[in-house]
Design a protein around this ligand. Sequence first.
Ligand code: ADP
Length: 444
Amino acid sequence: MQHPVKSQFKHQLALLGLASMLGWALGAIAWSLVLALAGMLLWHSWQLHRLRVWLRKSDHRTVPESRGVWGDLFDDLHRLLNRHRKAEDKLRQVIGRVQKSTSALQDAVVMLDSSGDLEWWNRSARRLLGLRRPDDVGEPLTNLIRDPRFLRYLERREFAEPLELPSPINKRLQLQFTVTEFGQSDRLMIIRDVTRLKQLERMRRDFVGNASHELRTPLTVIRGYLETLQDQFGGQQPRLLRALQQMEGQAKRMGNLVTDMLMLSRLETTDRPMDELPIDIGRLLREVFEDASALAPDKELQLQLEIDERYLLLGQERELLSAFTNLATNAVKYTPSKGRVNIRWQVDALGGQYEVCDTGVGIEAHHLERLAERFYRVDNGRSSAQGGTGLGLAIVKHVMIRHGGMLEVDSNPGKGSCFRCHFPAKLMQLKRTDSTESALLIES
Ligand code: ADP
């Protein structure tokens, strides 16, 4: 088959040939050629006009009749438009299905453009966030959720952790926001109602707190009676004395457990306190050091305390005392006789650092990640023999989170461990008295 453009070209050449022959016969070749060319131009312009009119129509089901290259052009375009329409229909169906299924979701789904303006949302977003169509389309989401924590979360662009906030239209609803970035800084936000989950969590924590509290009084009574019984009958009956001593040991352990559980539940249930007071870390650490020194005198450990006295730490004294004591006590507990324990407080441009290093049993690397979990013990027998509760490091971790800091552990099995608490620089306050002595070293 001949190519349509070639055949069209041949037709036009033949027409021009005919026109020149006619012009030669009539003695006016130039006029005849001009007339033929003008005719061809008119015909092409007319076809172009038809094409334009046809393309502008919304319905392209009927194709204009034409011959030659224009006929082929109309047919090709018709085929292309048909293919495009089918693809569009398919895409529309897919979008419709996605929108229908996301509309049926219990979780709210919100799409934001790169400037944080609302593009699309599902039905649950109306229920949880109060978004209304069409009024809110194109509005910045931060106009509707005005909580400063939400603004900070979006600005920081660190979406690895979800954010929890009360709903802007119903403060009793607790919502969890998860953000995924896609395309060119567009954001897909999934908002989940976690009210019930939070209630259950709070009930669980309250239960642990209340149960621990209730256990305190009976335990105190039992320990009191055990002491009295030992005083009264211990001297006469050594076997009874041994039994009473063991009972007292276990009651003491239970007491420690109750105290740690209460502390942990208080750390979990109360919000981070805003009234952080300046604490004299030197005084606090001398207290910690004395307690640690008195813990195992028979082990003959070498204990050393080093304090940078220039700064005060803004924080909660009771919580910090508990965390610092836990780390110092652990070092003494898990270091064999004649070992060394160094307790150090130092401040630099990055902040404050409390460090407890020992030459004790150490911890294998694979335990380190889970060490601060509740009741996680490297060696159950060893921990129980030392009177451990398995909650000490969980308390330290929580206290550090509440102070905006973090706990870091370095350990070498058989050689020793270093536990470091890093506090942010904003919690450091220079002491007013210009003391010449900036560092203090105490050895036991
Ligand atoms: P525990 O009351 O059992 O000491 P912790 O939460 O304080 O519980 O510590 C968890 C576990 O971490 C301990 O059981 C112990 O195995 C290990 N551990 C903590 N501190 C040290 C340390 N300084 N040296 C070696 N192991 C340690």
